[in-house]
Write a protein that binds this ligand. Structure first.
Ligand code: FES
Length: 355
């Protein structure tokens, strides 16, 4: 008996010493690319075009994938030409084993272009831990969803989550969705179907290239009970900033911006600022008024980051000294010892940060 136990434990430690998790994953994935002892993997099992330059990928997930609640974002890592690239996307629940990733090709976007144009069924993606504040449990009787362009993806996920949890039977949900043209409207058929099946759901699609119908006060005036409405907005930074000021009297307001389109092109911001990186013991000149993260990357420094949208907190570091400006809403911050998200802040004076 003792001899058998001894042999087993000897075998386990031998297996452990000759087979680390990397090797084990390598051999498991020879049998099935979704098998892994510790990696959250998803396989593309279906790909369909859902609007101009926009595809939906149905992903089969392995048991390690943590599914976020509807409206949250997942870090998604793809391998392109032997390199790993991580981006953040909102995933829609399909069933217990599948999620849907909807991606719109972004101008000069390496990952979005690859996913839209080159990805194929059978390709494997890695999914990180979900995060984000937009979630489907809403405490008010009304929910207003404002989406511009790719900002529709977390809203689709929320709508599908509300359908599946039957909350659409009781909560009144209105979606306002801005796209350039009719061809850019993703999931128009799906939205029509939901509005036909749920009396509490309504939606409007605005085509900005046909008429100037950008988000404005008239959209606020349409609402009957702003004080009893939760408002979620997702779109480019200018859109998110407008939503913040127009809907400031809502019962709850949550905005997410996925690009820095408005404030980072401020022509009044000129000149350079010195940024001292205490951990690396370096001082670097970066352009005033541009994202600190992007500016450091241009200088060959690779700070830790995830979403690049100010949501995941992965880029946050301590600011010991200096003034910064939030590129999403223009807010200035002169306080030291503030946790600074370098992806969405620019330097306004010489800075000392803990990087
Ligand atoms: S990279 Fe996600 S908050 Fe900055």
């Amino acid at each position: 008996m003792h001899a058998i136990e001894k042999r087993n434990s000897l075998f386990n430690s031998l297996a452990h010493s000759v087979m680390n998790s990397h090797d084990a994953n390598f051999w498991l994935q020879k049998i099935n690319p979704l098998w892994s002892i510790n990696q959250s993997l998803a396989k593309i099992v279906k790909k369909q075009i859902v609007a101009k330059d926009t595809v939906s990928l149905i992903l089969q997930c392995n048991r390690h994938v943590t599914r976020g609640v509807a409206g949250q974002h997942h870090p998604v890592t793809v391998d392109i030409a032997g390199r790993h690239y991580e981006r953040t996307y909102s995933l829609m629940p399909v069933d217990a084993d599948h999620l849907c990733l909807t991606v719109k090709k972004v101008d000069q976007g390496l990952v979005s272009s690859w996913l839209v144009e080159q990805s194929q069924t059978g390709d494997i993606l890695r999914l990180g831990q979900p995060y984000g504040e937009m979630q489907q449990s809403v405490a008010t009787p009304h929910l207003l969803l404002l989406a511009a362009g790719s900002g529709i993806t977390p809203m689709l996920s929320l709508i599908e989550g509300l359908c599946q949890s039957k909350q659409l039977n009781t909560t009144s949900v209105k979606l306002m969705y801005w796209v350039k043209t009719q061809a850019d409207a993703a999931y128009a058929e799906y939205l029509k179907e939901v509005s036909e099946n749920f009396a509490h759901f309504s939606y409007q699609i605005f085509y900005t290239q046909q008429q100037d119908q950008r988000l404005n006060q008239s959209h606020v005036d349409q609402l009957l009970a702003l004080g009893q409405t939760t408002v979620y907005a997702c779109g480019p930074s200018g859109f998110a900033a407008s939503a913040e000021s127009l809907f400031k009297d809502a019962a709850a307001l949550q905005t997410e911006a996925f690009s820095l389109s408005l404030f980072d092109t401020d022509a009044t911001e000129t000149g350079f600022i010195n940024v001292t990186l205490t951990q690396s013991n370096k001082t670097i000149a970066i352009p005033k008024g541009q994202s600190i993260l992007s500016s450091l990357e241009h200088q060959g420094i690779k700070p830790n980051h995830g979403c690049r949208m100010g949501i995941c907190n992965k880029c946050a570091c301590n600011k010991a000294q200096g003034a910064t400006k939030n590129l999403l809403n223009g807010a200035a911050n002169n306080e030291p010892t503030q946790l600074l998200k370098i992806c969405v802040n620019s330097a306004q004076s010489d800075l000392v940060i803990d990087l």
